[in-house]
Design a protein around this ligand. Structure first.
Ligand code: 3PG
Ligand code: MG
Length: 406
């Protein structure tokens, strides 16, 4: 149970909003403003309701104050996103921040400098959290994508001020609850990416929760190898074969159907437009590597999805970043998007690579929900409690049903 910003009368109040404006940039310019745009709804609403909106965020991983991680470059894009001027404070605590906030009128928005310029932020230092709390009357956490960090601005603050989830946090949590908490069944999950070793906990949690676990990308090779198939020169974690077999066993016991590729697109090298051919999964040449699931595999996955009501997606099915090895990812993503448009499938996706792959397939608009989170999305799918989310929880018994302990 979460308090949302509906719970507060914010007029005339100083509202500290922890957003995640940690966006990619190049030469001092923001290259993808998705997180800024998706954070704007909460900021705009609070400003319209007469709050003094004070934005806290981090940018990169600075070691103390480092100019190249200054957030000043975010002022203009943020002003554009919220449709009004944004004041700037050169520090997120103390006299500098106080002076900027003292000048704010109801409905104004201010951005404070990188919270990670103070090493105390990442240590969740109580005195630093207190210094942040001194700047506001109310705390709103809208940073789901940083909620896996127990930092002062993401966790500590929630215990010091009246706290609520912002609209983006709310949307992320709602989407995940629909996808994994109380989903409409049957549920399918697509899990791809290079390595099984980075997704063990994810697979372990999902086999107990979904009806179909569709495995793609480099990690599928490890499963195929574990089943005795020859994967040639493919990326494969041979030392994880026992683990892969244990996951297959666990899935069987849980009546979770694991879907692995039945054919593959193979090439001699990992390169754009490398000469390639489609082979049966039982006939991968010893000197070739699997770079994508084959067309029969994509067809089989699309067939499966035809009977499903819910789909969670994390990780591409092939080396989508190089052409033409994005074909299986594109085909499955487009079929899922089509069923979503028809109202037959709820589709929730997240993770850095995943979002890039879905954008490349041109379906990011059509999915029901695309998370702004990478690491936090993964940890949620693993069934872990995210400290930033747990700190917002109103203790009232009952669980979210996602396998989380809170
Ligand atoms: C992210 O982009 O992963 C979040 O903003 C969290 O940043 P971090 O991984 O540096 O903690
Ligand atoms: Mg991260």
């Amino acid at each position: 149970m979460f308090r949302t910003i509906d719970a507060f009368d914010v007029k005339g109040k100083r509202v500290l909003v922890r957003a995640d404006l940690n966006v990619p940039s190049k030469d001092g310019k923001v290259t993808d403003s998705t997180r800024i745009d998706r954070s704007a709804a909460t900021l705009k609403e609070l400003a319209e309701r007469g709050a003094k909106v004070i934005v806290l965020t981090h940018f990169g991983r600075p070691k103390g104050r480092e100019d190249k991680y200054s957030q000043k470059l975010l002022v203009e894009p943020l002003a554009k996103a919220v449709g009004k001027a944004v004041a700037w404070a050169d520090d997120c605590i103390g006299a500098v921040a106080e002076a900027v906030i003292a000048k704010m009128k109801d409905g104004d928005v201010a951005l404070l400098e990188n919270v990670r310029f103070h090493p105390e932020e990442e240590k969740n230092d109580p005195a630093f959290a207190q210094a942040l709390a001194a700047l506001g009357d109310v705390y709103v956490n809208d940073a789901f994508s940083t909620a896996h960090r127990a930092h002062a601005s993401t966790e500590g603050l929630a215990h010091l001020l009246p706290a609520a989830a912002g609209r983006l946090m709310q949307a992320e949590l709602d989407a995940l609850a629909k996808a994994l908490g109380t989903p409409e069944k049957p549920v399918a999950a697509v899990v791809g990416g290079a390595k099984v070793s980075t997704k063990l906990e994810l697979l372990g949690n999902l086999v107990g929760r979904v009806d179909y676990l569709i495995i793609g990308g480099g990690m599928a090779n490890t499963f195929l190898f574990a089943q005795g198939k020859n994967v040639g020169k493919s990326l494969c974690e041979k030392d994880m074969a026992d683990t892969a077999r244990a996951i297959l066993e666990k899935a069987k016991a849980a009546h979770c159907h694991i879907v692995l590729p039945v054919d593959a697109v193979v090439a001699a090298e990992f390169a754009e437009n490398a000469a390639n051919e489609v082979v049966s999964i039982d006939a991968v040449p010893a000197d070739k590597m699997i770079l994508d699931a084959g067309p029969a595999s994509a067809e089989a996955i699309i067939d499966r999805l035809g009977g499903c009501k819910t789909l969670v997606w994390n990780g591409p099915l092939g080396a989508f970043e190089i052409n033409p090895f994005d074909a299986a990812t594109n085909a499955v993503a487009r079929a899922a998007a089509e069923r979503t448009k028809q109202g037959k499938l709820l589709t929730v996706a997240g993770g850095g690579d995943t979002v890039a792959a879905l954008a490349k397939a041109g379906v990011d608009e059509a999915f029901s929900y695309i998370s702004t989170a990478g690491g936090a999305f993964l940890e949620w799918l693993e069934g872990k409690t995210l400290p930033g989310v747990a700190a917002l929880e109103i203790k009232s018994g009952g669980g979210c049903g996602c396998g989380h302990s809170h």
